[in-house]
Design a binder for this molecule. Sequence first.
Ligand code: GCU
Length: 351
Amino acid sequence: QVYGETPSAKPEIHFRVTSTDEHALNGAAVRKQVTVFFSKDETGPRMHLLVYSPSKSRARVPVFLGLNFSGNETVNADPGIDLPEIWIKGQKTKAEEKARGSSAQQWQVEKIISRGFALATVYCGDIEPDFAGGMEFGVRKLFLQPGQTKSADGQWGTLGAWAWGLSRAADYLETDRSIDSKKIILIGHSRLGKATLWSAAQDARFRVVISNESGVGGASLYRAATGETIEHLNTAFPHWFCVNFHQYTGHPDRVPVDGNLLLALIAPRPLYVASADQDHTSDPPAEFLSSVEASKVYELLGKRGLGTDKMPPLNQPIMTGTVAYHVRDGKHDVTAFDWDQYLAFAKLQLR
Ligand code: GCU
């Protein structure tokens, strides 16, 4: 009814490490680039995983895994990142040099490495490009019946496809000897935060889960009806959810589930929900309320949830239980402040 059904059949995926540099980021990191092929046919859909791990570490390290919006080359100015093909206005285009590091602020790679964590990231458009009609160019196509061109009512949408891609990244990480694959911390911002939560709900290998301003369709509540509307989601992004979800336009009260239940599906694994006060689309009070409600399930399972139903002041994280929350000042973004909290939470939870 919401994201649609994820197919259970697993295609024959395989991996190829295409480059390894032991001296990336001025010697601080090992950079690996890995192609994950989603079928035997290497010309079919595939994704490119970029993995940095601390070069000093002899032991396997915990890893942050997250999808990126605009291409792997945007996460750091590192000239060794392969320039990928990206999607601009529905066209596949070679990324430009000048895009290197354009989202570096949102990724904080050096900081992650210096704290002893690895980072793995994938461009979401590799799994499926983000436009109506993108199914033609992504993994969902592999699961269509012969002759089928449109999704059936309950079949997965793009968010479901992205969520699935994260699980395929975990398949690779389980084979990488520099990574402690029992300690994968899944992180996602905004639409990719929605996909992250849905992925974590389905795949228990994700040990810690971070929702950065995932908003409505993610941690937030349809029923709060004070942030983004279902109508907006379904008209601006008709491909994200399944066809069935379109019947809820104008009827948030009729959706059979809500964000709190999505979060509860992650219990009892550690969960961090974060908002930004100017991000009205995501509706911070609803993201908070949803975390409070999900905490009840954590408590049922013997964990401490958020431990309060009072929204904290700006920039004051609540991190005393298995569910953490903060609302920082500022706009819809991922900042160094956000990462400081996530790194601290991951460290606490993975002790
Ligand atoms: C839009 C969309 C949100 C989404 C956001 C993003 O604002 O309406 O649902 O979270 O884009 O992905 O940045």
